[in-house]
Design a protein around this ligand. Structure first.
Ligand code: GRF
Length: 223
């Protein structure tokens, strides 16, 4: 079992974005409340000129951009991104619409949370909403999960369902999913920051380990 525990300090979040950043905005709004238990210490992106970076700048949060084309190979980008993130000493990295797969340098250094607009393990990948519609499902939704080396394959932390309406297209359905996704992400990040979490196999539980004194229980990591 791997576990993370809470300290009295607000957890330090680095949020990664690639687009409009409405999930980031929901987190920026949530951390304005001291009782939320987390603060955003930096926002990173894989591209310039996106609304997500503007949102961070308007909120006075430091930003950084690490673009893949600026590096000779993907591995070099992975290392550079992990180094930029590490400068901010995050307790948790949150991918909020970050459209790149993170490599080992980031995944081994920090716990990473991701959000996806479908009910995993159905419809992973960059077109989760389109693929769900094409399949004809009547219920889809959103998933918040810990990131691993695969594409949307990490242990699931939280999910919420969204109905598909007759006449939905990718845009209308995605917008309805995102409205739910923002709330789920804010709630999940806040609970993880305040209560810690444990991972046993693929099962994630938010809250303190039931019996931390047991010899097989991992030592809680400070968050
Ligand atoms: C979200 O639905 C996220 O799950 C997906 O892209 C969307 C990002 O939206 N990967 P935003 O940039 O937070 O508005």
């Amino acid at each position: 079992m791997e576990s993370a525990s809470v300290s009295s300090q607000a957890a330090r979040l680095v949020v990664l974005v690639s687009g409009s950043g409405t999930n980031l905005q929901a987190l920026l709004d949530a951390v304005a409340d001291e009782g939320y238990g987390a603060r955003i210490v930096a926002v990173g992106a894989d591209r310039d000129g996106i609304e997500g970076l503007d949102r961070a700048e308007r909120a006075g949060v430091p930003t950084f951009v690490e673009r893949i084309p600026d590096h000779p190979a993907r591995e070099a980008w992975d290392l550079a991104l992990a180094a930029r993130i590490a400068e901010y000493r995050p307790d948790l990295v949150v991918c909020a619409g970050f459209m790149k797969i993170l490599g080992a340098p980031t995944l081994t250094a920090f716990p990473v949370l991701n959000t996806h607009p479908a009910l995993l393990p159905s419809f992973p990948g960059a077109h989760g909403v389109r693929d769900a519609l094409a399949h004809g499902v009547r219920v889809t939704g959103c998933t918040v999960m810990l990131a691993d080396a695969g594409v949307d394959t990490g242990p699931i932390v939280a999910q919420e369902a969204v109905r598909v309406y007759d006449g939905d297209d990718e845009h209308t359905l995605h917008e309805r999913i995102k409205a739910v996704e923002r709330g789920l992400l804010v709630e999940t990040v806040g609970r993880m920051a305040r209560e810690g979490w444990t991972v046993t196999g693929r099962t994630v539980r938010i809250g303190r380990p039931r019996d931390p004194g047991r010899p097989d229980a991992a030592r809680p990591r400070a968050v």
